[in-house]
Design a protein around this ligand. Structure first.
Ligand code: 6MZ
Length: 356
């Protein structure tokens, strides 16, 4: 495992609230339990259960949101999640989260995102490169750069939840546009794949595309050929999962060369794929289709990006050098400006020399 932890890696599919440490969730649930807001043992049972079907996972997210959705906690979990990825040598993190409106907590989508950005400012364990504008008002700005400490590039994708209306989706896209100077680089469509209609989100996604915002879609988590076709026709910059594709859809995907964010452990634990050795990673890798190994929800699925690399390597018999190339290739698929890509190239080039 150690070699995978040491290898520089790029994470492009991680949901903030799915990446919360179990220890933090239990601590927060304990506090709410004392105040009588939740029954601690109920929350504990759900959090500690290791395998959940896809339907159960979304019940779990509702519970996580009860525990995490106030400004202070959003700031805390953002800081912890960034530090956790940095500690396993993730050098570029595209973290996605659904901006949430919660009137009872005085929270708007914008104030939710401001709390997220506050979490980035709170990171001290590593050097964070987000956007110089984000740190512009921080007195210690000069101390943050060129300190020689470990560094992680962090960017955000704003998620549209499949439960949302067209108006709510549009609000998220507008927020992403406004926050682009603070490191928001794109849009994601996610949430319970058993609900919601593609036609509901399409106007907001088309608007985002027109404005030049890159888009990634959760695509084919459940069998829904009509939606999969519509999503592929939309030509998103990336898609996530692609578990329930039929031959025709594979053909369209391969022709399109749309990169796929692969989440092995998540797909196995949610029973979207019956076992790892039959995962579509193998076929896509063999046919040289653009791929990125990702975690999805490290907290919910008890994994890490290093563990995903270890799993892919041992299951599919891929050596360290090839895995390194896979990690490096992800630079091509990040939603960020060329200047950052160049810096990532330098990080991987230097790590490649150590590999020799
Ligand atoms: C679809 C998922 C997901 O946005 O509150 N999410 N959506 N499929 C998945 N695979 C299992 N895992 C996570 O993070 C949690 C939210 O991300 C989406 C769900 O909408 C979940 O509520 P945020 O930070």
């Amino acid at each position: 495992m150690e070699c995978w932890e040491l290898m520089p890696k790029i994470e492009l599919h991680a949901h903030l609230n799915g990446s919360v440490r179990s220890s933090t969730l239990l601590e927060l649930a304990g506090e709410l339990g004392k105040r009588g807001t939740v029954v601690f043992s109920d929350v504990e049972n759900v959090i500690m259960k290791s395998d959940r079907s896809l339907r159960e996972v979304f019940k779990m997210f509702d519970l996580i949101h009860v525990v995490t959705t106030d400004h202070k906690t959003v700031t805390r979990i953002t800081k912890e999640v960034i530090e956790d990825f940095a500690s396993e040598n993730v050098v570029y993190l595209e973290l996605r989260t659904t901006p949430k409106r919660n009137d009872s907590k005085g929270m708007s989508k914008r104030s939710y995102m401001e709390a997220v950005l506050e979490g980035v400012r709170a990171v001290t364990m590593v050097e964070v490169d987000l956007s110089h504008e984000l740190f512009a008002e921080t007195p210690a700005v000069n101390e943050r750069y060129n300190t020689g400490r470990k560094k992680i590039f962090v960017r955000f994708l704003l998620s549209i939840d499949r439960r949302e209306t067209t108006e709510a989706a549009m609000e998220t896209v507008n927020l992403a546009l406004e926050m682009s100077r603070f490191g928001v680089v794109g849009i994601d469509l996610s949430g319970n794949p058993f609900i919601g209609e593609w036609s509901t989100f399409l106007p907001a996604l088309e608007f985002a595309k027109m404005q030049g915002l890159p888009i990634t879609l959760h695509c084919g988590e459940v069998p829904n050929p009509e939606e999969i076709h519509a999503m592929l026709d939309f030509l998103p910059r990336r898609i996530g999962h692609a578990c329930c594709f039929e031959d025709e859809e594979w053909e369209t995907l391969k022709k399109s060369k749309i990169p796929v964010e692969i989440c092995l452990t998540s797909n196995i634990k949610t029973e979207s794929i019956s076992s790892v050795d039959v995962h579509h990673f193998a076929e896509l890798y063999k046919s040289n289709h653009p791929l990125i190994l990702c975690t999805d929800d490290v907290g919910v699925f008890c994994t890490s990006l290093s563990a995903e690399y270890a799993l892919a390597s041992s299951t599919f018999g891929i050596g360290k050098r090839e895995m390194f190339q896979l990690a490096r290739k992800a630079i091509e698929f990040v939603f960020v400006e060329d200047e950052v890509k160049q810096k990532l190239e330098e990080i991987f080039a230097s790590a490649a020399r150590e590999l020799d």
